[in-house]
Design a protein around this ligand. Structure first.
Ligand SMILES: *Cc1c(COP(=O)(O)O)cnc(C)c1O
Length: 374
């Protein structure tokens, strides 16, 4: 039985009437792009969902990160600290906002920013810290925020994989100076195209981000700075409003699916996701770690099962950053993850039978007999 890595059709089919209605209403309104009345209801609802006061909807998660950093204000030579095991959008945003990415290694259990490594990376040029809530789990925010307070350096959360995740009761994106989200179709909350958002309790941060997303204008044709064409389409906003009402339910289903994987893989010599106490993951990804990765991938391929590597080459070893002069060994924890991680199919609608199929193939590839199902 083939199992896709992700199935977006099922989600659409379940909401088809409602989504088609929302789209038709936008088509008939003929208001396709806009900052004001068209997109504002989504911004209010998403801010409220995240537990923040304000939200600026933008064109992508990359824009969200870039505009948040631009709102803080980056000068040539400024530094922004993040982790090497993230999607390149995190560091693209840093460079494109005018600063230089600086990496710190990650925690060997959670794969997320290691707060103990942060103080050594901070210099007088550090202008922001971007922890990445990879795979749906929040980084250890309390120590990160403590360091941020001590040095007076704001934290921007890359919450592009963590819509709805909780850290000690607080929602992803609500803990730093700003939280950045992507609504790329495959994310836990996905649009029918590109989309993103910045949430914050700081009205100035959001006002600036809204100015930057709209060609640097607060008032039509009065340009304070050069900005971007980075507004969210009305169509995407309306689709997201429908889907946002289901997000908690879908995240709950992802957690149940993660529990099933856990139950079926518990006795294998593979590492399963570590979720610290007081944290609630939204399992954007279900990532295991194994020394037998190639054998498992070959077996999944042979069975028509989807898989992914998030991510196979840490950013400091990418050609794009060759000029930074990093060598293998610079961030050993992140490098080891890159060699051993494997993401298995994970989405809200995946069935128990499909998870059993995936787990069965993984077990076989690692040389473990099938589990006797009760
Ligand atoms: C998806 C993603 C982004 C970028 O979002 P886009 O909407 O694709 O621009 C940034 N950071 C992380 C960790 C992501 O997963």
């Amino acid at each position: 039985m083939p199992v896709p890595f992700l199935n977006l059709k099922l989600q659409y089919k379940a909401l088809q009437a409602e989504i088609d209605g929302a789209i038709r209403q936008v088509l008939e309104s003929a208001a396709y792009v806009g900052n004001g009345p068209n997109v504002a209801p989504f911004e209010e609802e998403f801010a409220s969902y995240c537990g923040t006061q304000y939200c600026a909807a933008v064109k992508s998660g990359t824009d969200a990160l870039r505009f948040a950093l631009m709102a803080i204000g980056m000068k040539p030579g400024d530094e922004v600290i993040t982790v090497p095991n993230t999607f390149i959008a995190t560091t693209e945003a840093i460079s494109q906002a005018g600063a230089k990415p600086v990496f710190v290694d990650v925690d060997p259990a959670t794969m997320l920013m290691d707060p103990t490594k942060l103080p050594d990376a901070i210099t007088p040029k550090t202008k922001a810290i971007i922890p990445v809530h990879l795979a749906g789990l929040c980084a250890d925010m309390d120590p990160i925020l403590k360091i941020s307070d001590y040095y007076g350096v704001p934290v921007i959360e890359d919450a592009c994989q963590a819509h709805g995740a909780r850290y000690k009761g607080r929602r992803a994106g609500s803990m730093g100076a700003a939280g950045c989200f992507s609504f790329y179709p495959g994310k836990n909350l996905g649009a029918f195209g590109e989309g993103g958002a910045i949430v914050s309790n700081d009205p100035e941060m959001i006002e600036k981000a809204k100015m930057i997303r709209d060609h640097g204008q607060r008032e039509k044709y009065i340009h304070e700075v050069e900005g971007y064409n980075g507004r969210l389409d009305t169509l995407q906003a309306e689709v997201l409003r429908v889907k946002l009402r289901r997000l908690d339910e879908w995240n709950e289903a992802r957690r149940r699916n993660a529990d099933i994987y856990r139950e079926l893989l518990a006795d294998l010599p593979v590492e399963l996701p570590v979720i610290p106490e007081n944290c609630q993951s939204v399992f954007h990804l279900f990532m295991i770690q194994t020394d037998e990765r190639q054998a498992v991938i070959d077996a999944l391929k042979a069975s028509g099962i989807g898989w992914g590597l998030h991510y196979p080459v840490p950013l400091h070893l990418q050609q794009a950053y060759a000029s930074m002069g990093y060598r293998r060994g610079a961030f050993p924890v992140a490098e080891r993850f890159a060699d051993r991680i494997l993401s298995l199919p994970m989405f809200a609608e995946i069935s128990r039978e499909q998870i059993e199929e995936v787990a069965g193939v993984v077990r076989q590839a690692i040389g473990q007999p099938a589990l006797q199902m009760a």
